[in-house]
Design a protein around this ligand. Structure first.
Ligand code: ZN
Length: 275
């Protein structure tokens, strides 16, 4: 199933229609897009029986599908070719920072280019469906509600200027587009091997597969939950493959007027215009 946020309300996406979750559940589930993750097992039981929509799908009204996670984990240097282009070594522990939740944005929101070195990073985003503590890697997937597309938009100057603490440079307003929806794991043939791509004005910049993640999704659940609890509705930006603008010759950064398109196999496409 696909779960989205339409004008602030939780919906199921059924082909070209949406079903408003509060309406079709007679209030068992609220309209808050975060609430489904708090009651994940009950929600899946209910939602798998919903087959009819309540309104046509209008993509332009889609907002961030997971708008208020308590924790946003983001992983650096998680594809070998990206570590190489960054001339950095892959650490033995996932290189973890945060995108502050207020930086999250919708799949078709504009990106305000407020600095000279604003870069793209297509990333698979995993959404936590149940509290995870000290999880064995073999059980990692069972804590994931679903997957979505993310852009870890990065102000490269601020990223490095802040004492090499990445989080602030990754958290400018609107620098965390996600969407268009969260797709549950049963929809994928192999959720561990998905093609992902991003392009700027039609020029492909990144083109890779998630099987090349160094720390894959179950391993990230294990590594992070060894340190602290992962909570329902938390999200993990799993890292970007090679092809970021800062590593190109010559470097290329986002400019007002650019169209950034971001796609992952089996999930969908985000389109963000740069202002
Ligand atoms: Zn990233």
């Amino acid at each position: 199933m696909k779960i989205a946020n339409l004008d602030g309300r939780a919906v199921l996406v059924l082909d070209d229609e949406v079903a408003d979750i509060e309406t079709v559940s007679d209030g068992t589930f609220t309209s808050d897009p975060m609430s489904v993750y708090e009651q994940w097992d009950a929600f899946v039981d209910f939602a798998s029986g919903v087959s009819a929509g309540t309104a046509p799908l209008d993509e332009s009204h889609l907002c961030c599908p997971v708008p208020r996670p308590r924790q946003v984990f983001a992983i650096g240097l998680n594809y070998q070719e990206h570590a190489d282009e960054s001339t950095m070594d892959v650490p033995e522990t996932p290189a973890t920072f945060t995108k502050y939740p207020a930086s999250l944005a919708g799949p078709f929101d504009d990106i305000e280019i407020v600095a000279d070195r604003v870069d793209w990073e297509v990333e698979l985003v995993a959404v936590i469906g149940r509290q995870a503590d000290r999880v064995d890697p073999a059980d990692g997937w069972s804590y994931i509600a679903g997957l979505t597309v993310g852009q870890d938009i990065s102000d490269r100057e601020l990223q490095m200027a802040a004492g090499r603490q990445f989080s602030l440079g990754k958290s400018r307003r609107g620098f965390g587009p996600m969407g268009p929806w969260v797709v549950t794991l049963d929809e994928f043939g192999d959720p561990g091997d998905l093609a992902l791509r991003c392009s700027v004005d039609g020029d492909t910049m990144q083109d890779a597969r998630t099987k090349d993640l160094i720390f894959d999704v179950p391993r990230l659940v294990a590594e992070l939950s060894a340190v602290l609890s992962l909570l329902p509705g938390d999200v993990i930006f799993t890292g970007t493959p090679s092809g970021v603008g800062a590593a190109r010759t010559p470097p290329r950064f986002l400019r007002p007027g650019d169209l950034l398109e971001t796609w992952i196999e089996g999930i969908g496409t985000m389109r963000n215009h740069c202002l």
